[in-house]
Design a protein around this ligand. Structure first.
Ligand code: GRF
Length: 192
């Protein structure tokens, strides 16, 4: 695999981002070239600073108005744009500019428990209150709708009666850390 560039979009703590950075740290063929966030105070930006990775804070109006950031992103020539907990919908201009190059990880087994407002704790609360016996992760291509593009990978974990939304979240995070970087590697080497 020759030099591949990844751009990561994240709105939150960035534990998946840190995990991806760690996974590819000793792989000279993969470079995290930019970390994008919509939240100036997001933990993921501190990770970017600590790791010496360039970051970009985006503004809502500019992001949704049109292709304000497309040229900047093209400058980093991404082979893959990875949404790792990014809470805004991706505007069609961006999707059109990077066809089949934007992926997302959702902390549930889509198509259930997806869509607007279904993120983080809300997902695990809904799974718990529905009495589901299992949950998991879905890694998928991004299209104009929330959590809707073609699925790439899913992994499951059992839910025990005594599990709370918190303990479910922990189980799901373990799946994310285990599989997300590997799936990214497979996509970059076109083996998925
Ligand atoms: C993860 O649970 C991921 O599935 C979802 O957003 C969360 C991001 O968490 N899309 P973190 O910021 O990587 O810790």
């Amino acid at each position: 695999m020759t030099g591949k560039n990844i751009i990561i979009f994240a709105s939150g703590a960035g534990s998946n981002t840190q995990n991806i950075i760690n996974f590819f740290r000793n792989d000279p063929s993969v470079n995290i070239s930019l970390i994008v966030s919509n939240k100036p105070e997001a933990g993921v930006l501190k990770i970017a600073e600590e790791e010496g990775i360039q970051s970009l804070i985006i503004e809502k109006e500019a992001f949704f108005r049109g292709n304000a950031y497309v040229e900047i992103l093209k400058h980093y020539s991404p082979d893959l744009i990875v949404l790792a907990g990014f809470l805004w919908k991706i505007p069609s201009k961006l999707i059109e500019s990077f066809p089949d190059k934007i992926i997302n990880i959702h902390p549930a087994l889509l198509p259930k428990y997806g869509g607007k407002g279904m993120y983080g704790h809300f997902v695990h609360e809904a799974v718990k209150s529905a009495g589901e016996k299992e949950t998991g992760i879905t890694i998928h291509f991004v299209d104009e709708l929330y959590d809707h593009g073609a699925y790439i990978f899913q992994a499951k974990v059992a839910i025990e009666d005594q599990d709370s939304a918190d303990s479910i979240a922990k189980k799901v995070h373990q799946l994310e850390y285990k599989y997300f970087p590997e799936v990214i590697r497979q996509i970059l080497s076109k083996k998925y």
